[in-house]
Ligand binder design. Structure first.
Ligand code: ADP
Ligand code: MG
Length: 459
């Protein structure tokens, strides 16, 4: 029989351990700002890498001409071309195509991978219609969004630090990704130059800025999470190059690695992080790849200790990552009186049949605890960035501040995004009146093309 009292107790404990009272969140925001400072001061003294993007000019809206973008960051890559019409006409025309990368190329050789990409790029360029116009005598230019950790040495060069997300080509680590792509482009006989190499957060920031001049932060909440923002170049002690004319530099925070003793971490998160190929606790607590998995771990504990789902533990419940965040979200949003969507999901995904209503309620409660903790911590992260920028107070907040958000988690998990928004308002108080969160759907592709434009050799 179900040890009901114990089950309720486990969830109650979870709620206590995951609690994010506003006072704690303010401290987390402060800690984020402090870690940012440490990461800017020197290499390796902070969990936050605070990578220098070499983007010192964001799009102004004046960009003109034909530009390409290539977005590689997961199992698919995207190629895009855009005809920019300057201040008046903005995006005149845009076309894109998506290609999935064959599994064997993710673990083969770098030459093969880039040859495949360049061949697809060449096909796409060949399909360019008469409504796209390249200035006479100029070479096609492309912005390359490469969403893996890269140590950049200029706007158009950088070496791969390590692969993530299923890619594993050892010989590529330490090599310049632009050199590899350029070799492959030349081999295709394609006359094209890589003008910018950018992280997807930086692309999102650029794409956001093009549409709204007040965008100063970009946050990704999708499979993973990360953020980029505009920093004063003179406030980056580890930067020892010339100060850019604009006085600004975009920083790729790599915030998935953020850690603070203040974070409300449970044994479930800790175990998950220890078993993970990509350690980084902040990412575990707030991103789409992991929220459902944390819920699964809690449900497993309930099954083992309280027989919540029967005398034996449902075997599927032992399979890591079987409960995906979109399914968790569907259960969490279940508005039926008998929580029949929860019942159906438990049945379809985990093979758990005939759950009574109070069990379903406990499952929803678990989703609620994990989702709200994530959303509130993400809000604290954003507040920390705004604090670092001096945009977190009513006085400093006279200027409008826009945060560009991208990612399936923020876009589709309504309870999550509403909670994030409400928490940010709570954290900022008065100052929140000048802060806007804007969904920047897939801004990173166009962002990379825009950065190619602003770093064009013909400018
Ligand atoms: P990526 O981060 O890989 O570029 P996306 O931005 O498209 O991809 O985000 C995809 C992620 O968003 C999924 O891995 C999932 O975690 C999350 N997601 C997608 N749809 C939903 C949904 N309906 N509810 C909650 N999370 C979702
Ligand atoms: Mg993405």
């Amino acid at each position: 029989v179900v040890r009901w009292a114990r089950a309720v107790e486990i969830v109650k404990e979870l709620k206590e351990r995951c609690a994010t009272p506003i006072g704690l969140l303010k401290q987390v925001a402060d800690a984020m700002a402090v870690e940012m400072q440490a990461g800017l001061a020197s290499e390796g003294d902070s969990k936050l890498k605070m990578l220098i993007s070499y983007v010192d000019n964001l799009p102004s809206g004046d960009e003109k001409g034909l530009f390409y973008a290539l977005d590689l960051g997961g199992t698919n890559f995207r190629v895009l071309r855009v005809q920019l019409g300057g201040k008046e006409r903005h995006v005149v025309k845009q076309e894109s195509t998506e290609v999935s990368i064959p599994q064997h190329l993710m673990v083969g050789s770098s030459a093969e991978l880039f040859e495949f990409i360049a061949a697809e790029l060449a096909k796409f360029v060949a399909s360019e219609g008469d409504d796209f116009h390249l200035s006479v005598g100029s070479q096609r230019e492309i912005g390359f969004t490469f969403s893996f950790p890269v140590k950049q040495s200029s706007i158009a060069s950088g070496t791969l630090v390590k692969w993530t997300k299923g890619f594993s080509i050892d010989e590529m680590v330490g090599k310049d990704v632009v050199v590899e792509l350029t070799k492959a482009i030349e081999k295709q006989g394609l006359d094209m130059r890589v003008a910018a190499l950018v992280n997807d957060t930086v692309g999102t920031l650029a794409g956001g800025r093009y549409h709204d001049k007040d965008v100063v932060v970009a946050v990704i909440l999708g499979t993973g999470t990360n953020a980029a923002y505009v920093e004063h170049a003179h406030a980056i002690p580890k930067w020892n190059g010339l100060l850019p004319k604009s006085g600004e530099m975009v920083i790729n925070m790599e915030w998935g690695n953020f850690w603070s003793a203040l974070l409300p971490i449970t044994e479930y998160d800790q175990d998950l992080d220890l078993e993970s190929l990509n350690p980084g606790i902040f990412e575990k607590l707030i991103s789409g790849m992991y929220l459902g998995e944390i819920v699964r771990r809690v449900l497993l504990k309930l099954a083992e200790e309280t027989y919540l789902f029967g005398d034996t533990v449902p075997s599927k419940l032992r399979i890591p990552f079987i409960l995906r965040t979109p399914e968790m979200s569907a259960m969490h949003h279940d508005a039926t009186s008998d929580l029949r969507i929860v019942g159906k999901k438990l049945n379809d995904i985990l093979g758990i049949t005939d759950t009574p209503l109070k069990t379903r309620k406990l499952v929803v409660k678990t989703c609620d605890i994990i989702a709200k903790r994530g959303a509130r911590l993400a809000a604290a992260g954003v507040a920390g960035v705004l604090k670092k920028q001096g945009r977190d107070t009513a006085g400093g907040g006279k200027q409008r501040t826009v945060v560009a958000m991208d990612g399936g988690l923020f876009e589709h998990y309504t309870i999550f995004s509403k909670s994030l928004d409400a928490t940010l308002r709570e954290l900022l108080g008065e100052a929140s009146r000048s802060v806007v969160i804007k969904l920047a759907n897939d801004g990173s592709g166009i962002g990379a093309a825009l950065l190619a434009a602003s770093h064009s050799q013909y400018k």
